[in-house]
Design a protein around this ligand. Structure first.
Ligand code: ZN
Length: 339
């Protein structure tokens, strides 16, 4: 039944993530991590300082920074202001409709409090959010397809409206997750002569603990600070990523039944690449935790898009890839073991 293959270096499942490249049993994300040592980040940083200076088109704002309030966006604001001469960025956050955590609300507010900057909090039409999220969940088991696109488009549209040329985002996820072998500085489609979207993760090599350390110094708080939510499956090793809203994680869990991996795999394999875990430790964490769907997440997701938890299960059943996952005696979806 099971034909599951795992990356020889990090343990990530091969052949299921759409677009993931591989070579000789090694995933492209691992190859990319090694290739980072051939990228001259120092000269990219020097280039950026001058580029920002040369491309100030708005008399008030130097640039837009797309932020969630998470550790990465906090570290980006800090670095742009400290190292690259940015004095007055305009921050833009695009919200979702799920229940916010206390930590998430604190961190978002903290950006303005710490850095003393303007911040646009953009709420998409909640009717549109619910409609698209429900449809994409039902049709593709890809619930946040719509809002994830809007997360990129809205800061870009605001840049146009304010005549601001530069927009910063965090990591270049195509490179970090191995669907591209190029660590591009500019976004491939959201760029024209008037507006440039830049991945900050292509200027500084991305590291989980590196940005966490900076963010904590700037007042960032994780879930443990308020002791508000012990997330089933993740809390043991991650209380500081994707912590802003409760229902959001259902989106990641959907990948588990479709592709055989979700958040724990992504994080644990990244920790292997960054040298914080061995492949064996990662596989143990994945086996123990990646199948779990947090109860509060499921409730919040269903409540927000106005469906019952029974209906949620029906939709999942319809889309589950039964070559990768099976339902155990307790009704939980589990991944087949790798032979
Ligand atoms: Zn790998």
């Amino acid at each position: 039944m099971s034909k599951i293959r795992l990356c020889k270096k990090c343990g990530f499942i091969l052949g299921t993530r759409p677009g993931l490249k591989e070579q000789d049993g090694v995933c492209q994300a691992c190859i990319n991590e090694d290739n980072k040592k051939n990228i001259d980040f120092k000269s990219r940083q020097t280039w950026l300082t001058q580029y920002i200076k040369d491309n100030k088109t708005n008399p008030t704002y130097d640039c837009i920074i797309a932020v969630s309030g998470g550790k990465d966006s906090t570290a980006i604001v800090y670095r742009l202001m400290k190292n690259h001469g940015v004095k007055n960025p305009l921050l833009v956050t695009v919200c979702d409709e799920f229940t916010s955590t206390q930590a998430g609300l604190h961190n978002r507010k903290n950006l303005g409090d710490t850095f003393g900057v303007d911040h646009i909090i953009f709420r998409c039409n909640p009717h549109d959010f619910k409609k698209h999220t429900k449809e994409d969940f039902e049709n593709e088991l890809h619930p946040l397809k719509w809002i994830e696109r809007r997360l990129y488009e809205i800061p870009y549209e605001i840049a146009k409206a304010y005549n601001i040329k530069l927009v910063f985002f965090g990591e270049n996820s195509a490179y970090e997750y191995g669907t591209s072998d190029q660590l591009d500085v500019f976004h491939s489609t959201l760029c024209d002569d008037d507006t440039k979207v830049i991945y900050f993760g292509a200027i500084y090599p991305y590291g989980n603990f590196d940005s966490l350390e900076i963010a904590k110094k700037c007042g960032f708080r994780d879930l443990n600070y308020y002791n508000e939510w012990q997330r089933n499956g993740i809390s043991s090793f991650d209380s500081y990523t994707q912590i802003d809203s409760i229902g959001y994680l259902a989106h990641h869990w959907c990948k588990f039944v479709k592709f055989g991996f979700q958040r724990v795999t992504d994080m644990a394999c990244r920790f292997v690449r960054e040298g914080h875990l061995t492949r064996e430790q990662a596989l143990a964490l994945i086996d123990e935790n990646d199948w779990r769907l947090d109860g509060a997440t499921k409730r919040d997701f269903c409540r927000t898009i106005e469906i019952s938890e029974e209906y949620f299960d029906e939709v999942v059943e319809k889309h589950a890839n039964k070559n990768l996952v099976y339902k155990d005696i307790n009704g939980n979806w589990k991944r087949y073991k790798c032979k």
